[in-house]
Write a protein that binds this ligand. Structure first.
Ligand code: ADP
Ligand code: MG
Length: 368
């Protein structure tokens, strides 16, 4: 278990990691989502000991390791660039971490060879042990890099955008494999990504980072259903975010007004999940307890089993409606056609003027 407390690091007076607190559990898959420049790599480098914090502490299983050098931390780090030896074979690259590590190097070649073989089997490279790394594809290099780190049996494995260089197909396959490999070894993974779908699909828990600050940490489905702030809602790319104001009973967005539960404080934003909204058929009345507004159709996008309808709002913004084709047929709209979009009034997420989620109790009314 790793406990990070008040960790801060600035470069030339600008905070890259700002008062970061987190407990990393044993045997968990933790994903870390943040836009480019939000401090993801800096955080991993701090945890790995490649960067010294300005403030804060890191404890590993109760021991303060804040100033323990990198090679004594028993952490694995798969960096953004593979950093493999191109003139060495796959096996030698993987064996390197065992033969030459500073703590407890393994001299018995039979042991090295067995562990390398087991690890190559785990990452699906059994047939390629003798191949030179320079002759591998991107996906294969990624596996070698992972194998080289995991063979040293780290307590926690830090992965910096491990799938970033792979094409979409391979990326999808590797997400499944990474999960399997992690489960087989029972080692904690902290997987950094700029891709929200990856963070949501892979993590047992997920962290959202923005400008060096932790915005939210929770199970991905909790973050997905109840993003703690407008920034989180934006980064997970699943919500339409409408900026407006509220009175006692309604959220006002231009001409539209969406009913609110009783005793809501002043609101600044209202968010509707892409898949919570639907488009009314021509002449169809708005269902009871719904919120509706009118918008102009721009385009449809088909993606596998779902279709996204994209609308233009009065303020120039867009609004997306995602429908699953297993449940209904796609509908063709004319470009610029004026449509009515509706969602259940209780499906709207409410945010105050600072952009923080206003929790609403399931029975209606603001949660205390
Ligand atoms: P991410 O990995 O999320 O893209 P980084 O951790 O690489 O973000 O960077 C966070 C911020 O810290 C950026 O503004 C970046 O320019 C700055 N930064 C990172 N490393 C250094 C460094 N060694 N020297 C100066 N600035 C740095
Ligand atoms: Mg980075």
């Amino acid at each position: 278990m790793m406990e990070v407390q008040g960790l801060s690091k600035a470069f030339s007076g600008v905070a890259a990691i700002d008062d970061f607190n987190l407990t990393i559990r044993e045997d968990e898959y933790l994903t870390l989502l943040g836009p480019s420049g939000s401090g993801k790599s800096t955080l991993l480098r701090l945890l790995a000991g490649l960067e010294m914090p300005d403030a804060g502490s890191i404890r590993l299983n109760g021991q303060d390791i804040t100033s323990v050098p990198t090679h004594m931390r028993h952490l694995g780090f798969v960096q953004q660039k593979y950093a493999l030896f191109p003139h060495m074979s796959v096996s030698d690259n993987v064996a390197f971490g065992l033969r030459f590590r500073e703590v407890d190097p393994i001299a018995d070649e039979a042991v090295v060879s067995r562990r390398v073989k087991d690890m190559l089997a785990l990452v699906g490279l059994s047939d390629l042990g003798a191949r030179m790394v320079g002759q591998l594809s991107g996906g294969q290099k990624q596996r070698v890099s992972l194998a080289r780190t995991l063979v040293t049996e780290p307590k926690i494995c830090l992965l910096d955008e491990p799938l970033g260089a792979l094409d979409a197909n391979l990326r999808e396959r590797m997400t499944v494999e990474l999960k399997k490999i992690r489960e087989a070894l029972g080692v904690t993974f902290m997987h950094v990504t700029g891709n929200e779908a990856e963070a949501i699909a892979m993590g047992d828990r997920m962290i959202v980072l923005d400008r060096g600050r932790l915005l939210q940490v929770d199970h991905p489905d909790v973050i997905f259903r109840t993003p703690a702030s407008i920034s989180v809602a934006r980064y997970i790319n699943a919500y339409n975010i409408l900026e407006g104001g509220s009175d006692a009973s309604h959220f006002r967005f231009g001409e539209a007004a969406f009913p609110l539960p009783p005793s809501v404080p002043d609101l600044g934003y209202y968010a509707v999940r892409f898949d919570a909204a639907r488009v009314l058929a021509e002449g169809e009345a708005a269902p009871e307890n719904s919120a509706c507004m009118s918008a102009r159709f721009i385009a449809s996008e088909f993606m596998g089993s779902q279709v996204t309808y994209i609308f233009r709002l009065h303020n120039g913004g867009t609004f997306e409606v995602v429908r699953h084709l297993s449940r209904e047929d796609p509908v063709v709209y004319e470009r610029d056609q004026q449509c009515t979009i509706c969602w259940g009034a209780s499906d709207g997420l409410l945010f105050d003027k600072e952009g923080n989620l206003v929790p609403v109790a399931s029975g209606g009314g603001v949660a205390q």
